[in-house]
Design a binder for this molecule. Structure first.
Ligand code: 26Q
Length: 822
C-alpha cells in the first residue's frame, strides 16, 4: 500500500520538504535560486502554520461546543518573542524540520534568526503574559489572551558613542505569517463627548452617552500551542481603524481632508507601545489604548456568550478576567456600563456580576508606577465611565463607613478619587474594589502589598489577598534556548522535566559524579564560546571563555542598580591600577537592556557602562583580566542566546523594590549562580536552591525602611570607605569621560545627594560578597556543583506551577482535552 502524506499536515522529512517548496513557490512566488533568506523563512513559517491550523480549529470548535469556562487574560503587553522555533518545539517537529532544511541545503538556525520578533511589551510584565499563555495551552486550559496589536513595538536600541539611540520597531514590514485577521468580529468603541439623561421609548429615564469619536477594533488572532498537546489557544490582539461611516461622511459633506484626518486619529490608537517600564505617564493616548482594547475584548466575550447561548447573567461562570496590572482596569466600569446602560440590568445585579468576574495582579510597589488619571482627562475621554466610578466609589465608601465608623481619614485614604491636590482616579484602588482576588507576584511582594501599598484594602478585604509567585516557561527558556543543557539533562533524567519541572530534582543524584560534572563544565564552556564568537562579531571585543561570565540583563532603572555593578567593576580596576600584579579572578561583565527614552539618568548609566568599558578594555595593566561589554538591543531573541552562557546572575535591586523579577529565574534555570538581595523572588530562589548556593548581600526591606526613617546619609558611607570613595571619585573626576567632570555629574549627585536606592549603603556588602564569588569561582569543581544544584532545585519556577496555582486557587477552570479530527 502506498500512503501519501497530505502536504499540509504530514510530518515526515520528505513531506516537509515538499510542502516547503510548495509554499516558496505559491506563497512567496519565488524559485529557490532567487529566494531571499526571508523568503525561505516565510515558506517555512507557512509550512509550520499549516501544521498547527487543525489543532487551532479543533480547539476553538471544542471550546465552543462545551461552552467551557475560560480565562480571559487582559494585558496591554504581550512580549511573545519569535514564534517559529517555539512552534517547532511545541509541535514536536524540531528535529524533522532541521533535517528537512539540511537536505535542502539550508540552515534552520539561520532561518530562525530571520524572524522579526513581536516585541509588544517592555519587560517583565509583558514577558510574564507570554509565559502564562504558553503554560495555559500546555495545561490544556481554555483561555484567550487579549491585547493591542501595536504597529510599532518596543523600540530597537542602537548605541552611538556610548549613548542609547532609539529606532522604531517595524516588526510588521516583512509581513506576519503567524496572525489571521478576523474582520467579521470587528467591534466599535466610543470615545469622548458627553452624557445625557433622556426618557426611552417606555418613558423610563436612562443615561445616554453621546460620543464624539468612534473607532473600530479589528481582531488579529495568533495561535498559542501547548507543548505536546493538541491544544492551540488564541492570542487576540486589536488593531484600531476608522469606522466606514467616516468615509461616507467625506463624500456627504465634502470635508474630504477632515475625514482622512479622522482616519489617522483613529489609527493612532494602536500605533505604538509606550516604552516606559515601571513608570506611569498620564497621557491621553495611553488611556485611549486602554479603553480601546478593553472594550473590544469585553464585547468579544459577550459575542462568544451569545454564540454559545450562555445568558449574560452567567458571565462569571463563563469567563474569569485576569487584569495584568491596572492597565486594563477600566474594564471594571466598562463592564458595568455595558450591563447597566446597554443591557438594562439593575445596578446591584451588574455589580454582583462584575465583582465575581475580575481578578487583579499587582506588579509593582514603586509609587511612580501606580496609575492615576487626572479627573479632567479621564472625564473628557470617558464621561460615562467617570460617572460610574463615582457611583462605585459612593457605594464603596458607604461600605467602608459601615466597617470602620467614624474614621474619616480612612475614607480619604481609600477613596477611588485622590482629592489631596489635583483630583485623580486611583486605578489600583478601583481594581481592588472591582475584583474578587488581588495577588502579588512573589511572597515578599504580596506581604509588602498587605503591609504597605494596599494596607487599607487588606484590612477591608483580607480574604481577597493572595500570592502567586511568578514563573517562566521551560519550553522557550530551556528547550529552545539551551539545546546543549537539554541533551545533557535528558541523558540523565529523561525528558519528563519539560512538563513537570520538579523532575529536575533527580539531577541531585548526579552531583557527586565527577564525569557528569566534567560534562557540565564542558557544556558551559561550549555555550560561552558561542557567545564569545557573537561578541567578537558584533563588538570586536575579545573575551576569555575561561573568565567568569557575570551578566546583568534587564531594563535599565535606578532601582535595579546597574550602576552598583559598575561601582564593583571600577573597584576591581582600581585594585589592579594600585597593584598591577594582584591576583584577580578574570571576569567578563556583560550588560544588556533598554532605558525608557525619556529617562535621562537610566540612559546616562548606559553611557557610563560604555565609557568604563572603553577604558578598562584597553588598559594594558588589566591584561585581559576584566572585560566590560554592553550588548545592544536586548530583546527576547537575544535573551535566549545570552541566559545559557551566564556563570553569575546579577539580581541586585534595592530590597523592597523589585516585585518579583523573572530574569533571575531564567538565569538560574540555565545554571547561573545568583548574587542578589533579599528582594522579589530572589528570596524564594534562595530558599529553594539553598543559602550555600546563592550569594546574598545587602540590606533587608526592613533595614531599608529603618535607615530611611532615621535619616540616611550617603555621604557618610562615601567618607568612611576608601574603596567606595575612590570609585566614585574616578567617575566624578572625568577619568572615564576624557577628563570631562560634567558628563556624569548628575549621576554622582544622585548618589552623594539623596541616593534614593541606597547604593552606597549596600556597596561594602556587595563588594565583599563579590570577593567571595571570585574566591568560589577559583574552585571550579565547587562552582559546577553549585550550578548543578541550582538547576536541580528550580522546579518551583516553572510558569506551569504558577498557572496551576491560579487555576486551583481562584480561576476554578478545568483542563479540556482536545481530540484531533478533520
Ligand atoms: C503605565 C502607564 C502608562 C505608561 C506605562 C505604564 C507601564 C507600563 C509597563 C507601567 C508598568 C509597566 C511594566 C511593569 C513591569 O514590567 N513590572 C514587572 O513585572 C514583572 C512580572 O510580574 C516582575 O517580575 C517585575 O519585578 C516587575 O518590575
Amino acid at each position: 500500500e502506498v500512503r501519501v502524506e497530505d502536504d499540509r499536515t504530514g510530518l515526515s522529512v520528505e513531506t516537509l520538504k515538499r510542502a516547503f517548496a510548495d509554499n516558496l513557490f505559491y506563497i512567496q512566488g519565488k524559485f529557490p535560486q532567487i529566494a531571499s533568506k526571508n523568503d525561505f523563512y516565510m515558506a517555512l513559517a507557512y509550512t509550520v502554520r499549516d501544521r498547527l491550523l487543525r489543532r487551532w480549529l479543533n480547539t476553538a470548535e471544542t471550546y465552543s461546543r462545551n461552552a467551557s469556562r475560560t480565562v480571559a487574560y487582559l494585558s496591554a503587553e504581550f512580549l511573545m518573542g519569535p514564534q517559529l522555533g517555539n512552534n517547532l518545539i511545541n509541535l514536536g517537529i524540531y528535529d524533522q524540520v532541521n533535517q528537512a532544511m539540511q537536505e535542502l541545503g539550508l540552515d534552520l538556525r539561520e532561518l530562525l534568526e530571520e524572524e522579526e520578533e513581536p516585541g509588544l511589551g517592555n519587560g517583565g510584565l509583558g514577558r510574564l503574559a507570554a509565559c502564562y499563555l504558553d503554560s495555559l495551552a500546555t495545561l490544556e486550559i481554555p483561555s484567550l489572551g487579549y491585547g493591542i496589536r501595536y504597529e510599532f513595538g518596543i523600540f530597537d536600541q542602537d548605541i552611538k558613542d556610548g549613548w542609547q539611540v532609539e529606532i522604531t520597531d517595524k516588526w510588521l514590514s516583512a509581513g506576519n505569517p503567524w496572525e489571521l485577521p478576523r474582520p467579521e468580529w470587528s467591534v466599535e468603541v466610543k470615545l469622548g463627548g458627553h452624557t445625557e439623561k433622556r426618557a426611552d421609548e417606555h418613558g423610563n429615564f436612562k443615561i445616554y452617552w453621546v460620543p464624539n469619536q468612534v473607532v473600530k477594533g479589528i481582531p488579529y488572532d495568533t495561535p498559542i500551542l501547548g507543548y505536546k498537546t493538541n491544544t492551540a489557544n488564541t492570542l487576540r490582539l486589536w488593531k484600531a481603524e476608522a469606522v466606514e461611516s467616516f468615509d461616507f461622511y467625506a463624500f456627504d459633506s465634502g470635508d474630504y481632508l477632515g475625514a482622512v484626518h479622522q482616519k489617522t486619529v483613529s489609527e493612532n490608537i494602536s500605533k505604538v507601545l509606550y516604552p516606559n517600564d515601571n513608570s506611569a505617564q498620564g497621557k491621553e493616548l495611553r488611556l485611549a489604548q486602554q479603553i480601546f482594547f478593553v472594550s473590544c475584548s469585553l464585547k468579544d466575550m459577550m459575542r462568544i456568550m451569545e454564540q454559545q447561548k450562555v445568558p449574560l447573567e452567567q458571565f462569571p461562570e463563563k469567563f474569569v478576567i485576569q487584569l495584568n496590572d491596572t492597565h486594563p482596569s477600566v474594564a471594571i466600569p466598562e463592564l458595568m456600563r455595558l450591563l447597566v446602560d446597554e443591557y438594562d440590568m439593575p445596578w446591584e445585579k451588574a455589580w454582583g456580576i462584575t465583582k465575581q468576574s475580575f481578578a487583579y495582579t499587582n506588579h509593582t510597589l514603586l509609587p511612580e508606577a501606580l496609575e492615576r488619571w487626572p479627573i479632567g482627562l479621564f472625564g473628557k475621554m470617558l464621561p460615562r465611565h467617570l460617572e460610574i466610578i463615582y457611583e462605585i466609589n459612593k457605594r464603596f465608601l458607604d461600605e467602608v463607613r459601615m466597617k470602620f465608623p467614624d474614621d474619616t481619614d480612612r475614607l480619604r485614604r481609600m477613596s477611588l478619587i485622590d482629592e489631596s491636590g489635583e483630583r485623580y482616579v486611583r486605578m489600583a484602588f478601583l481594581a481592588c474594589v472591582g475584583s474578587y482576588s488581588i495577588n502579588g507576584v512573589a511572597a515578599l511582594h504580596t506581604e509588602l502589598l498587605k503591609k504597605d501599598v494596599l494596607h487599607d484594602f487588606y484590612e477591608m478585604y483580607p480574604e481577597k489577598f493572595n500570592n502567586k509567585t511568578n514563573g517562566v516557561t521551560p519550553r522557550r527558556f530551556m528547550v529552545l534556548s539551551n539545546p546543549r543543557l537539554c541533551r545533557l539533562l535528558n541523558s540523565k533524567i529523561g525528558d519528563e522535566w519539560i512538563k513537570n519541572l520538579y523532575e529536575l530534582k533527580k539531577l541531585e543524584a548526579f552531583v557527586e559524579d565527577p564525569e557528569f560534572r566534567r560534562q557540565w563544565r564542558e557544556m558551559k564552556l561550549e555555550i560561552k564560546q558561542d557567545v564569545a564568537d557573537y561578541i567578537k562579531k558584533t563588538t570586536d571585543i575579545d573575551v576569555n571563555v575561561n573568565s567568569m561570565f557575570d551578566i546583568q540583563a534587564k531594563r535599565f532603572h535606578e532601582y535595579k542598580r546597574q550602576h552598583l555593578n559598575v561601582l564593583h567593576i571600577i573597584t576591581l580596576y582600581n585594585r589592579i591600577k594600585a597593584n598591577p600584579d594582584i591576583d584577580i579572578t578574570p571576569r567578563t561583565f556583560l550588560f544588556g537592556g533598554k532605558a525608557a527614552p525619556g529617562y535621562y539618568i537610566a540612559k546616562l548609566i548606559i553611557k557610563l557602562i560604555n565609557s568604563v568599558g572603553d577604558i578598562v578594555n584597553r588598559d594594558p595593566d588589566v591584561r585581559d583580566r576584566l572585560k566590560v561589554v554592553f550588548l545592544k538591543d536586548f530583546n527576547v531573541k537575544f535573551a535566549q542566546r545570552i541566559y545559557p552562557s551566564a556563570d553569575l546572575s546579577e539580581q541586585i535591586s534595592t530590597a523592597g523594590k523589585e516585585a518579583s523579577g523573572t530574569g533571575n529565574m531564567k538565569f538560574a534555570l540555565n545554571g547561573a549562580i545568583t548574587i542578589g538581595t533579599l528582594d522579589g523572588a530572589n528570596v524564594e530562589i534562595r530558599e529553594e536552591v539553598g543559602a550555600e548556593n546563592f550569594f546574598l548581600f545587602g540590606l533587608t526591606t526592613e533595614e531599608v525602611y529603618a535607615l530611611k526613617k532615621e535619616g540616611y546619609q550617603p555621604w557618610e558611607y562615601y567618607q568612611k570607605d576608601p574603596e567606595l570613595k575612590l570609585a566614585i571619585d574616578r567617575i566624578a573626576s572625568g577619568f572615564f569621560s576624557h577628563g570631562d567632570p560634567k558628563l556624569f555629574k548628575p549621576l554622582v549627585d544622585h548618589l552623594l545627594g539623596n541616593d534614593q536606592y541606597m547604593l552606597l549603603a549596600d556597596y561594602r556588602s556587595y563588594i565583599d560578597t563579590q570577593d567571595r564569588v571570585s574566591e568560589a569561582y577559583r574552585d571550579i569543581d565547587r562552582w559546577v556543583r553549585m550550578s548543578i544544584l541550582n538547576v536541580a532545585r528550580m522546579g518551583k519556577f516553572s510558569s506551569d506551577r504558577s498557572i496551576r496555582d491560579y487555576c486551583e486557587d481562584f480561576w476554578k477552570v478545568q483542563p479540556v482535552n482536545i481530540e484531533l479530527k478533520e
